[in-house]
Ligand binder design. Structure first.
Ligand code: DC
Length: 213
């Protein structure tokens, strides 16, 4: 039986770090679904088109290749904002859905299952996931984490700007009509504001182990 773990939550809540560690500790295949939207947004920007334009965004999503996900520039805030814009377009989400579902259901030989992180994994992509975690933290804590990450990458940024962009992106992801950011009804909430990453991982691994054995 294939184990499927869904990890959703807003930007910089710690879900990527958590998902990667869960994948390693439990021998699961890992997909960061945000990269699909970032790579789509990046391709639109590269063509000097508008990420909010449905035709441009859909064309970019249709032409996406696995190698496009392997690009350090996708981590930039410009890509995050473009990702959040293309992600609000229904046809783009529909285009990316089959790949995500197939990734979840068909892990390579030797892996026990899959862990996917994103915004709508528990609600739309894998509604039958064995475990659904919704990882949150206050926007102030998330902006602080994001600021440190960008500064560590040598970028010249200030807290107020990072906070503003995070609030904008949260609002766009949460308030959109299609697959908005929200916990699935059967998701377990993990607030990471006051926890160390090791505490978060320990909690998550315990929850997953209890639910999958
Ligand atoms: O997880 P991330 O910050 O890399 O995601 C970038 C954007 O992509 C995010 O602002 C919203 C969108 N996204 C989405 O709509 N659904 C997902 N499953 C993953 C990401």
């Amino acid at each position: 039986m294939t184990i499927v773990i869904a990890i959703d939550g807003p930007a910089a809540a710690g879900k990527g770090t958590l998902a990667r560690r869960v994948a390693t500790e439990l021998n699961l295949n890992y997909l960061d679904t945000g990269l699909l939207y970032r790579a789509t947004g990046f391709a639109v920007l590269q063509s000097n088109e508008d990420p909010s334009d449905p035709a441009s965004a859909l064309k970019a999503a249709q032409n996406l290749q696995p190698a496009d996900l392997d690009n350090d520039r996708l981590r930039d805030d410009e890509c995050a904002q473009a990702a959040s814009k293309v992600a609000a377009i229904q046809s783009v989400r529909d285009q990316l859905l089959a790949f995500q579902r197939s990734f979840a259901q068909t892990p390579p030989a030797g892996k026990k299952g899959s862990v996917l992180d994103g915004r709508d994994i528990g609600t739309v992509v894998c509604p039958d996931a064995d475990v659904k975690l919704f990882v949150t933290a206050s926007v102030a804590v998330r902006a602080e984490r994001r600021l440190k990450e960008l500064q560590n990458r040598g970028q010249d940024v200030i807290y107020a700007q990072v906070l503003k962009e995070m609030e904008e992106r949260d609002a766009r992801d949460r308030d959109r009509d299609t697959a908005p950011l929200k916990p699935a009804e059967d998701a377990i909430l993990l607030d990471t504001s006051e926890l160390s990453i090791e505490d978060v991982i320990a909690k998550a691994v315990k929850i997953i182990s209890e639910k999958t054995t």
